[in-house]
Design a protein around this ligand. Sequence first.
Ligand code: ZN
Length: 308
Amino acid sequence: MNVIKKLVGAMAVVAVLLAFSCCSETKPIKALVVSGQNNHNWQVSHKVLKLILDNSGMFQTDIVLTPAKGGDMNEFKPEFDKYDVVVLDYNGDRWSAETDSAFLQYVRNGGGVVVYHAADNAFADWDEFNRIIALGGWEGRNEKHGPYCYWENGELVLDETPGNGGSHGQQREYAMHCRNAEHPITKGLPDNWMHGKDEMYDSMRGPANIKDLLYSGKAEKETGGSGKEEPLVFTVDYGKARIFHIMLGHCGPTAEDNPAMQCAGFQTLLLRGAEWAATGKVTQSLPADFPTDKSISLRKEYTVVKKW
Ligand code: ZN
C-alpha cells in the first residue's frame, strides 16, 4: 500500500469517528429561567443567567417572566415539566395556586432546581417552598421559620435563638471554603478560592434540610457580617428532587459591571450545579481561569471555555 492510500484510509477512519461523535453527542440540557419580579436587577440577571448557561454549549435555556408586581398571576403558567432544570431568579408576588402546585409536582417528581441569590428571599410564608430552598432570608423570616444555620467546629449548627432571618454586610471580595470535595459539583475544584465582589448572605433561617454543604464563607464582623462561617452553596434534601442552592451572584447595574456574576468561580458553580440538578452528574472539567486562593478571576464577556 502506498503512502497516499494509507493517508486516504486514515482520513476515512477519522471521518467515521467524527461522524460518530457528532451523531452520538448528548442532547442539550433544557433549562428554564424564572424571573420577572425581584428586589434585584432581574432585568439584567435573568439574561446573564441564560448567557452563562447557553454559552457553555451544554444548555438550551428558555426564559419565562411573570407579570409585573400586582399583575394577574393567572397568566403565569410555565410548563415546568418540559425542562430538566428550573433556575429561580424570582422574588415577588405569590404565584397562582395552579402554578404553585405545578411547581411542587415538578419538584416532587424529581425535577432539577437551581435557587439563585434572592430567589431564597421569596415566598417566606409558603412552607413547602421553604423546604425546597432549606434556608431563606428577609420578607419577615424569623425564628418561626426555623433556626439560624451556620458552620462551626466542622459541623452545621442549628441555632434556635430568636431573631430575624437574612442579612449581609458590605459587598466585598471573599474567600470560598469547600466543605465537601467529593460531591460531583465540587470535585476537582480548589478547596479555597476568591470570589468576585459580592454580598455574603448571613443569618439565614429555615427548615435547614441541607443535604450536602458545598461551600461556606466567613461573614466578617468588620464588614458588617454575622461573624460566623455561613453556608453559601449547598444541595437540599427534598425527596427525589435535585436542588442546588447558590446564594452568590448579586447582580450589578449592567451585565458588564457585575463582578459577582462575572466571577469565573460563580459561573463554574452555576454550570456544574445546574448540570447536576438536571442529570445527577457533572461532566465539566476545571476551567483554566478558575480563581485561586489569592486572586479573583472575572470574565469580561459571558463566554466560557467550551468543552463540547
Ligand atoms: Zn443581593
